[in-house]
Ligand binder design. Sequence first.
Ligand code: TRP
Length: 330
Amino acid sequence: MTKKRILTGDRPSGPLHLGHYVGSLKNRVKLQYEYDTFVIIADVQALTIHFEHPGILKENVRQVCLDYLGVGLDPKACTIFIQSAVPEIAELTVIYSLLVSANSLRHNPTIKTEAQEYGLGESLSYGFLGYPVSQAADITFCKAHLVPVGADQAPVVEVTRKIVRRFNELYGETLVVPEIMIGDVGRLVGTDGSAKMSKTLKNCIYLSDPPEVVAKQLSTAMTDPARIHVTDPGHPEVCNVFSYQKAFNPDFIPELEESCRAGRIGCVACKKTLIQAVNELLEPVRERRRYYEAHPDLISDILTAGIKRAREVGAETMSDVRRAMKIDYF
Ligand code: TRP
């Protein structure tokens, strides 16, 4: 039996961080042999924000690819490719743009939040507003069954599901309605306690950070603000560091929760165990990154092969779509 497909990916706007890891990368690595896995480096989507500085993309694409290989995506099992190199995705985007109302995009919670975060206001472009449509093309060009993403992306993937249903209704069963899979940690807060890890807030831990940077970021991270003395009872439910412990040190949680509430473990000691756990997780990532950094030709080969396969699969889907829409003229 042929395997079901996964499609997921990231915008190459910078190196990936722990939030990306718990949201989606971890699930990809886990499922890569069970599913035929496609991973998109969505450079065109990154341009919806960075179109004035396209020069940042080349290095960021390389960094994201290093992050993928670093966390253990196996290029023998996964098709890793670059969005702009697969023109079928652009073709599908144009067709799908007919099947979604401009208003539903304006009201999409993710679009609204991100437009605000990036301060887009009146300058919000047609392309940014429409990125869920191009993401629908990313997901369906290979007829993916499953899309592992961070919680913030759920409303965007919902647009794909709507477009696919509409397409199939109008033109006959052609495309696959994908399922969404959210990482078990949901969203990872920033080290400063703000809602999200973000490059501009400098509250991230990158997968490529060396051990001392991880130690520094975590030892200065916000904890329960009501806790001043080591012996004060802690409130893990409001503590940033506790939410990290849940994500990266789950076995320690029952004991930690009890000692924190009882004021038996201080924040410094707690952070020390977290730093160790995160650095243990990242050590093999750093090692694999170092290997690929020393072999840049391998990265080009992996991406070239990925693009070739993505185009083959995309051509098949385009031909199904043309037939279904009766625009297969000759
Ligand atoms: N929008 C996603 C993000 O910001 C990145 C992305 C682009 C994506 N295309 C995709 C995710 C397709 C899943 C499937 O993280």
